[in-house]
Write a protein that binds this ligand. Structure first.
Ligand SMILES: Nc1nc2c(ncn2[C@@H]2O[C@H](COP(=O)(O)OP(=O)(O)OP(=O)(O)O)[C@@H](O)[C@H]2O)c(=O)[nH]1
Length: 341
């Protein structure tokens, strides 16, 4: 038993990203404490509201058969989960048929950021000790991984995580297509929808730093990041790529919808009162993400569109595909053909 336990700790701490860490935690809990259902809930840390996601779950569906559940937003979190997140205490509810539901809080820097929910026929006290220990190991390791994945100033994802996060998103899309989860109706919708990548850069940010100093510049970056977290969906991926450059990755939607969404954000920034700075604008380059693209190619495409926007007056949104179709820029494919010859 002791050796098995040590091996499970080694397995948990071998992970290098938070998603795989969650898989390890759930499979370890299932291995040592047989349960009917184990779920990981996350508070998505949207400023000013509580947005909770079911990040991963494992459910017993037969005698020894399990089903993994997909990531979903929880519209109406159960009251026990809310109390667990608010009080940072373990909440246990026992129903008449002997089923026990237990919510164990997960803290980052002493603040609850999520919970592990266990459905069982009742846990022995030795299982409860084990469960709490696994959750504490998870919590400690989550703190380290979270610091590695996030930008220190804004709390957005950092550049180092970009490739793996985008690959995960693309793999998910391919999987959905292969599983054929689309019926005729949403197949039509899907044909018009794709994922999108935007690079957003603050206009003349150097002037902000030069005129008001770096501390004020940092305040502007922080406020802009908060606006991004509030305005965009909690499931969109928001990165600070360095300096005053941000990358946003959106799940499948139509050209019209993403254009309207991004233009809405640009208007929000134009009308936001930033400390010291009278007016602030951003330029944005956008590119669709096809499931067969390399992350670096999508990034280069959006970057070309951003540079076009910067060169043609700033404070505007430009789409890579449109610029190529209108012969205003060369496609990356044409460019590499020229480079070869
Ligand atoms: N305050 C602050 N400034 C930063 C940070 N990182 C980069 N910068 C500054 O961002 C500015 C970027 O300047 P440029 O690349 O010339 O771009 P710009 O002035 O925004 O001009 P355009 O992008 O062409 O509109 C420089 O002054 C950097 O010092 C940071 O973390 N905090």
């Amino acid at each position: 038993m002791q050796e098995e336990l040590l091996n499970s700790v080694i397995k948990i701490t071998k992970n290098r990203d938070i998603d795989s860490l969650e898989y390890s935690l759930i499979s370890t809990i299932q291995e040592f404490i047989g349960c009917d259902e184990i779920s990981v809930f996350k508070d998505l840390q949207v400023p000013g509201e509580l947005t909770v996601e079911l990040s991963l779950s494992l459910k017993l569906i037969g005698k020894s058969e399990f089903e993994w559940g997909e990531r979903t937003l929880i519209k109406n979190p159960p009251p026990e989960l809310l109390s667990c997140l608010q009080s940072a205490c373990i909440i246990t509810v026992q129903s008449n048929d002997g089923v026990e539901r237990r919510w164990v809080p997960i803290n980052l820097h002493d603040k609850p950021v999520g919970a592990i929910a266990i459905v069982s026929k009742g846990l022995k006290s030795s299982d409860q000790v084990l469960l709490n220990a696994f959750c504490r190991i998870f919590e400690n390791y989550l703190t380290i991984l979270n610091e590695n994945e996030r930008d220190k100033l804004t709390g957005l994802l950092n550049r180092q995580t970009f490739e793996s996060k985008l690959k995960q998103l693309i793999e998910k899309q391919v999987l959905k297509q292969h599983r054929g989860v689309w019926n005729e109706d949403n197949r039509k919708k899907h044909q018009a929808a794709c994922s999108w990548l935007a690079i957003m850069d603050i206009d003349h940010f150097k002037r902000v730093n030069d005129t008001y100093g770096h501390v004020c510049g940092d305040e502007v970056l922080l406020l802009l990041a908060q606006k991004m977290k509030q305005y965009f969906r909690a499931t969109d991926l928001l990165f600070r790529f360095g300096g005053e450059e941000f990358v946003l990755v959106f799940e499948p939607t139509s050209y019209e919808a993403i254009k309207a969404k991004m233009e809405g954000f640009m208007e929000l920034i134009r009308t936001t009162h930033f400390p010291f700075v009278k007016a602030l604008t951003v330029s944005v380059g956008m590119s669709p993400i096809s499931p067969y693209d390399f992350p670096i190619t999508v990034l280069e495409n959006a970057d070309k569109a951003l540079y076009y926007a910067k060169d043609h007056g700033r404070d505007q949104l430009r789409f890579y595909d449109e610029l190529v179709a209108e012969d205003l820029i060369q496609s990356n494919q044409e460019q590499s053909d020229i480079d070869l010859f």
